[in-house]
Ligand binder design. Structure first.
Ligand code: AMP
Length: 184
């Protein structure tokens, strides 16, 4: 089993609801257990057009290898209607693998730690909320990176969900995703 961290963002449609549904969808996957979810944050788009984003970070435990986790994230993005018309386009849902254990991966289709996570308040702030002592492989303590992103607008809009933490798994989660069909 590997502890992995995902960054989740949305800025199209009902973005707050999409974030919530995406976390429920992830929690329903047999191949992973959600350990913690940050608060939801409203953030300014960076290098992108469109409305403000809603972002959160999820810490999970998984028996998937990293490429299967990436494939799962992409299936969940697709499930919520993600389209990729151009780079940094507004998106219904974006899921990035931030960390995968201590892995350091640099390949054309997968870079871990995520290459921009150390420069983004919308990743660092929720990640440090979950784990103040988080250390990013190759970069060091996440909280030491916060001063450099202090000029990025970020506002907490929803307190952390209490569903995750003590409970080892989510069976029969109360909410179901809104897209057609069951979670992938
Ligand atoms: P994005 O538009 O941000 O969703 O980027 C998607 C592309 O980034 C996909 O082609 C992935 O293969 C690639 N990618 C590279 N590293 C990562 C990562 N750590 N997490 C998610 N996608 C990644």
């Amino acid at each position: 089993m590997t502890v992995a961290w995902l960054g989740i963002g949305a800025n199209l449609g009902d973005a707050r609801q999409t974030l919530k549904d995406a976390v429920v969808c992830l929690a329903q996957q047999h191949s992973l257990t959600v350990l913690a979810k940050s608060s939801v944050y409203r953030t300014a788009p960076i290098d992108a057009d469109g409305d403000d984003y809603f972002n959160c970070v999820v810490k999970l435990d998984t028996r998937l290898d990293v490429r299967d986790l990436l494939a799962l994230c992409q299936r969940v993005e697709h499930h919520f209607g993600r389209e990729r018309p151009f780079r940094n386009a507004p998106r219904t849902l974006d899921i990035d693998i931030l960390l995968f254990g201590d892995a350091m991966i640099d390949t054309p289709d997968l870079i871990v730690p995520h290459p921009r996570m150390t420069m983004r308040a919308f990743v660092l702030v929720p990640a440090v909320e979950i784990e103040p002592g988080l250390v990013i492989p190759g970069y060091g303590p996440a909280n030491a990176l916060l001063p450099a992103v202090a000029d990025q607008r970020i506002e907490k809009v929803k307190p952390p969900c209490q569903c995750f933490g003590a409970a080892p798994a989510i069976d029969g989660a109360p909410d179901t995703p809104t897209p057609d069909g069951p979670c992938p």
